[in-house]
Ligand binder design. Sequence first.
Ligand SMILES: *Cc1c(COP(=O)(O)O)cnc(C)c1O
Length: 820
Amino acid sequence: MNQPQQSLPLSRTRSTDPEDLANEIVERLMYRIGKNSRAAKPYDWLEAAILVIRDRAIERWMETTSDTYAAGTKRVYYLSLEFLIGRLMRDAVGNLGLLEPMRDALRILKVDLDLIAELEADAALGNGGLGRLAACFMESMATVGLPAYGYGIRYRHGLFRQKIADGFQVELPETWLEHGNPWEFDRREAAYEIGFGGRVEFHEADGSEEKFVWIPAERVIATAYDTPIVGWRAARVNTLRLWKAEPLDPIRLDAFNAGDHFGSLAESNRADALTRVLYPADTSPAGQELRLRQEYFFSAASLKDIIRRHLQQYENLENLGEKVSVQLNDTHPAVCVLELMRLLIDEHGMTFTRAWAITQQTISYTNHTLLPEALESWPVPLFERMLPRHMQLLYEINARLLRQARSELRMDDSQIRNISLIDEHGERRVRMGNLAFAGAHSINGVSALHTELMKETVFADLHKMFPTRINNKTNGITPRRWLMQCNPGLFALLRETIGDEFMDDIEKIRSIEKYAKDAEFQKRFAAVKLANKERLAALVRERMGVKVNPESLFDIQIKRIHEYKRQLLNIIETVALYDQIRSHPEHDWVPRVKFFAGKAAPTYYNAKLIIKLANDVARVINANPSVREVLKVVFVPNYNVSLAEVLVPAANLSEQISTAGMEASGTGNMKFALNGALTIGTMDGANVEISEQVGIDNIVIFGLTAAEVAAKRADGYNPREIIERSPELSQALTAISSGVFSPDDPDRYKGLIGGLYEHDWFMCAADFDSYAAAQRRVDAIWNDSALWWEKSILNTARMAWFSSDRTIREYAADIWKVDI
Ligand SMILES: *Cc1c(COP(=O)(O)O)cnc(C)c1O
């Protein structure tokens, strides 16, 4: 049966009575934190509350873990260098069914649950969509009852905190652990030695048996920190296991005693550096030795742990592929292919052929991007120096792969070059995508379009060779966090209107379709949206001192700042609109607030300049009295999961305007539509499937298709010509590049805008007129308010397919082959 059970005994031994919960909270405060109610600060209350909630999760954790063991069920391991979790308290308390009892318990103690919940630090162990997907998947795997473990790195500093100073992005260190982390268990007993560098020795034991032994030059210890992940109605509680690096010798006392106080700590500092910071790069390469070390470190620790757990239950590794699935979230853990081969051959005595069959049976890989600059590869000399035994295995795998391609498939030289695990153009590099492809039985894309493009582009020849491996699993989002928790007003309205069934089966949300044209329901739906907009308006006023009118159309683009996501196109259209409003003041303009939020990779020059431009444009427009009532621009600093939880429910319009063919899926697009925003977007990533689900009349599509973008690029695209033919676009670009928005530095945007005339790789010019026209269609719909709310309601009604529960069930059935 697929649906989570409706009524599980949430807590067998512990009371859910608010009085009892209140007593427990006071007890934790006293015995775990060492304070009484009078001395307790808000953060102490939060910690005490979390400890009480955590105890409730532990019971189900133990039960579900031992059930899996007894049943001998296959285990799924989700390996990801990123988990963008955000806060956990509402997730856990909501999924345990304890929200109201805990609220009442805290009220007895004169503490407001909502206030202390705000104090919890966001676990920002990821950059963007890829990391947030991993977090939604963890929650969904527990919800659908799948025995799964997440594996990643416990970075001491997550994604940087963004400050906007004089309109520029400033990066500050993020310190989510500064008050400790009450969710986690530190598992001293789960520790593994991980090696780097050194040499490989060849041993001939008795003439027939040969053996390679890797003698690493350097070693660190990986220690585990576990966080319980509670599924909806506590169907299951799974484990997120994050690794921290520690030195073998915390201090070299001989060196210390000899007076070398800093040298004595060198090893300790080196280990510490390994898991200290998350690389702040999103879909761009983090080509640093430390990054490869992080990837190997967490891959190797996770595989050792997986094998230990397997051997604890079964005698040997012959059935590993039947009992274990290892899912690689992008290529960051792709070195697992080589590490698993090494463990099976060198440490468990298997033949190469057998080890290869088991490796492929065990591993599967998710591809997240086709952008050439984002495909991971490592210089051969670096790889060989850090992982000499793995390099040997890679050469052997490659030799067999290429031999097969030549002899069985008669592939030509250019095809051989494309499938090779080593890129021979220029500096020789190890291609992690090809390695993951070769070592996996399944390679999945994250939306229908992306999966088709994968077959035609990066993996075209590997796909010819292994035509059954590529498959699609369109991304999803968890409706618990992205509807029930972040939008309590809409959640309550839905329950009142269609009952509670959709809480357990999100497909049931479709039954609000029949109220889409109902004037009374529309009024209530609109009132919920307005309240959410008031909440956002208050946040913006408080944090930034900007006043916005909640009655305006809230138009929101929030995501990492990247040229392919085209925040620039949105800003240019904003400037064009500003011109139009001033030239036609008599027109009845739809009042709009344009919101932007997002972080730029610290080394990505143009992305940071786009942030400055958004802020410059905001400053000028917001200071102009003639457009005050109809146009405002706001750049909200420090975009993260918690901020998204406020912005998403407040949106009327969701901006999903990437250059077609470049956004693999997107998940922000799904969050907005589920919460009743209309999408303005290109036919890219999951927007294509959103348009199919909500209906083409309930989404505003514009611009070139992926095929048209590719054709234009091939034919020699001339942006200058297009710009010169569009008066609105020319005027806006001239204003920006001549310094209208940067009088203090008139040339600031000369290069950025000049680039649009020269090459415009992301086709802002080509799509501009179509985008501007689409925005005026949005205005027209907004002016027919009954029509607007009908479309808005239909979006909410028809987005259930994008639940990550559906995605996970597809992974389980097609890739992991596990019954749930
Ligand atoms: C959902 C989410 C993303 C992904 O957004 P896209 O629009 O799909 O790029 C990134 N960051 C945060 C904090 C999110 O919640």
